[in-house]
Design a protein around this ligand. Structure first.
Ligand code: ADP
Ligand code: MG
Length: 340
């Protein structure tokens, strides 16, 4: 007999290798949890680029004692009501983020439900669970991650400088804040200014949020995208060709509220601007695609940054058309037949 079933804490560590690549991935998982909990205000604080501390405080619905205990167990989730994977409406669903993070850091989770008698706190030190114990607090959840990867020198070695890790965290929070404009985000780090993006609502929420994050001159140099066809709804702001960049760093893509990197969307944007931009210039753009969740598979990649469309051709055609119409409204009319 040479095969053995691995113990849970080792399984969690292996999973952590996929889910928790760097501090920014921890921030992404924790902020997504806060959003899934219906938070209206999320405060993120980090020290040393997230290597020594990541602290996320939300005012969401919180957890009771039993849920808190389950939350750090692997494959424990409140987000898959039935056992299907083809209709996912929350940001999380794998039920492994907290278990994974707990296996590679000192983790504490304090939480209180509105109707709870008091708050409770649970700690996980390198996989060892302690609590829950009573902990006075307001409704919501506070998660603290300390000494990330301290016990895994190999992983620690691959992290970049504090500044680079802090920048990656800022990028993650930016993307989440663009997609969730009705939520107030506050981000503080040891060496940077506080970013404070109050909630936006109403018709100009997209413009206001993108002005907060990309810069106040962006909406002035962009055209609103508003188009839908065949159940695919495309929105956002398309930067004017006159406002282009030398790289794609200022392009933000979202599908059903999730920031994604996707070849179909990138290709569609390239095609839509082909008549107006030289090959080495790229538009600034924030593109929001809403589509029936059954038409996309987000279960391709553990960090869910990649996805697969069931009908990529329809998505491509619709996005090209949506951007072409926006650009035409701003006076940039395509001469070729790209506009399908
Ligand atoms: P997933 O998000 O995939 O369900 P996680 O490991 O990230 O898995 O979280 C496990 C569970 O813990 C969630 O399903 C949720 O019920 C609960 N949870 C985690 N974070 C929060 C939070 N900030 N507020 C309320 N509940 C939370
Ligand atoms: Mg989660």
């Amino acid at each position: 007999m040479v095969i053995r079933q691995l113990p849970d804490d080792l399984v969690n560590k292996i999973a952590a290798g996929e889910v928790v690549e760097r501090p920014a991935s921890v921030v992404k998982e924790l902020v997504e949890n806060a959003l899934d909990a219906g938070a209206k205000r999320i405060a993120i604080a980090t020290a040393a680029g997230g290597k020594s501390l990541i602290r996320i405080e939300d005012d969401g619905h919180g957890m009771d004692e039993d849920d808190l205990r389950l939350s750090v167990q692997r494959h424990a989730t409140s987000k898959l009501a039935d056992d299907g994977l083809d209709d996912i409406r929350t940001l999380g669903f794998r039920g492994e983020a907290l278990a994974s993070i707990g296996s590679v850091s000192d983790l504490s989770i304090a939480s209180r439900r509105e109707d709870g008698p008091s708050g409770m706190i649970l700690t996980v030190k390198r996989g060892q669970i302690d609590g829950p114990r009573p902990h006075p607090m307001n409704r919501g959840t506070i998660v603290e991650v300390k000494s990330l990867f301290a016990a895994i020198p190999a992983r620690l070695k691959f992290l970049k400088s504090d500044r680079a890790e802090a920048n990656a965290i800022t990028d993650v929070v930016k993307r989440l804040a663009m997609a969730h404009r009705n939520v107030h985000f506050v981000l503080t780090g040891s060496d940077r200014q506080t970013l404070n993006w109050p909630a936006q609502s109403g018709e100009t929420a997209v413009q206001s949020r993108l002005a907060q994050i990309i810069g106040t001159d962006f909406p002035q140099n962009a055209q609103e995208i508003a188009f839908s066809r065949g159940g695919i709804v495309v929105g956002g702001l398309a930067g004017l060709p006159t406002y282009s960049r030398a790289n794609t760093l200022n392009q933000y893509y979202f599908v059903n509220g999730r920031s994604v990197r996707d070849k179909v969307l990138l290709g569609a944007v390239r095609a839509a601007y082909a008549d107006f931009l030289h090959r080495d210039r790229f538009p600034v753009l924030a593109l929001f695609v809403a589509i029936d969740p059954a038409e996309v598979d987000v279960n391709v990649h553990p960090a869910k940054a990649e996805l697969r469309f069931r009908d990529p051709g329809a998505v491509r055609g619709t996005v090209i058309r949506a951007i072409s119409e926006a650009l035409a409204a701003a006076g940039f009319r395509a001469s070729s037949s790209v506009a399908q």
